[in-house]
Write a protein of this length. Structure first.
Length: 187
């Protein structure tokens, strides 16, 4: 059994076990006390059939693994959603920062937003959250340098966001092949 940190960011590649770890922490939190609650803030948007199927699969799997966790969809106003749902007795899971940043920088409507201010607000909310907080994000900077300017800019922006959130969190975990590696431990 893992001690629940006040705040934790879980980083890793696609299918590394990030979401599963977050769900396991939520299930453990819920099992620790009958008054405990858990809320998942989902940031993904279904812009195509493959993404709709992926979201539906995540919803089914999550409902089976953590049936008491409530899901709230919030693709843009993430800091506000965390602020609204965070409480001493409620663990909040954010899945995921990568899709949130995508929604800010590369929205389907075409009008992107400067992510610096929302990222700064997110860091403040993490530090002030009254209850435990688990954030999931992709680590995409370990591979080859992308060819396109926009993709390089996104990789840079996500790297900066991950560093900012990691600085605000008590625990940082890197997932690889379903195995957690603690990069920063709770104080």
């Amino acid at each position: 059994m893992v001690e629940i940190a006040r705040s934790e960011i879980i980083l890793g590649g696609q299918r590394s076990g990030k979401s599963r770890r977050a769900e396991n922490l939520a299930r453990q939190w819920l099992d620790n006390a009958p008054a405990h609650q858990a809320v998942l803030i989902a940031t993904g948007q279904a812009w195509d059939n493959e993404m709709r199927e992926r979201i539906a699969r995540h919803q089914r799997d999550r409902a089976e693994r953590v049936p008491r966790m409530v899901t709230v969809e919030e693709p843009l106003a993430l800091a506000e959603a965390i602020d609204r749902h965070s409480a001493a007795h409620t663990l909040v899971v954010v899945d995921c920062l990568t899709l949130w940043l995508t929604n800010l920088l590369m929205p389907a409507e075409g009008a992107s937003v400067d992510a610096a201010a929302p990222a700064d607000r997110l860091g403040r909310v993490i530090r002030l959250a009254p209850g435990p907080l688990v954030l999931v994000s992709n680590e995409i900077g370990l591979g080859v340098i992308p060819l396109g300017r926009e993709v390089r800019a996104f990789v840079d922006a996500l790297g900066g966001l991950n560093q900012s959130v990691a600085a605000a969190c008590e625990r940082v975990t890197l997932m690889a092949a379903g195995l957690p590696m603690t990069l920063k431990a709770s104080k």
